[in-house]
Write a protein that binds this ligand. Structure first.
Ligand code: ZN
Length: 150
């Protein structure tokens, strides 16, 4: 495992639409391992591949001590709305209040290409949605209804 540099807001890499993963190979596993290492070092809740400069539809979320590795995640269904506070490892100096669905159903592939379904609610859902936005070049700062200075 190796830590990778985190790309910061202002870098055009964060604004690209990422490409689907087609090969579930050693290179993907290395990326996921490095992303976990990077996330742990930065003490974040989630990290998306474009944040380490890789334009692939890959993100990880760590919540309640469980690490989720999402490859080609898709939002299938969402319900409700809620507003809460978000930050991002690529955005320094401020957090923001963002409105997102309260409940979501997503599908994704694991590192071996096995399809998985997941239901999430509240802040847990929010972390997935935040990371999935990164795969389409969207940052929380684009959606925030109020900026909160650190
Ligand atoms: Zn982020």
């Amino acid at each position: 495992m190796a830590r990778r540099n985190i790309v910061k807001m202002g870098d055009p890499l964060l604004r690209k639409k990422c490409k689907e993963v087609t090969e579930f190979d050693g290179k993907l596993h290395q990326l996921l391992d490095d992303m976990a290492d990077t996330l742990h070092f930065a003490e974040g809740l989630g990290l998306a591949a474009p944040q380490v400069g890789i334009l692939k539809r890959v993100c990880i979320v760590e919540y309640d001590g469980v690490l989720y590795e999402l490859v080609n995640p898709v939002l299938v269904k969402s319900k409700g709305k809620c507003v809460d506070n978000e930050g991002c490892l690529s955005v320094e100096g401020f957090r923001g209040l963002v409105e997102r669905p309260k409940q979501i159903d997503i599908t994704y592939y694991d590192r071996n290409g096995v399809k998985t379904d997941l239901h999430a609610e509240g802040y847990f859902a929010r972390v997935f949605l935040h990371e999935m936005d990164h795969l389409d070049g969207i940052l929380f700062a684009d959606k925030m209804i109020r900026k909160i200075m650190d």
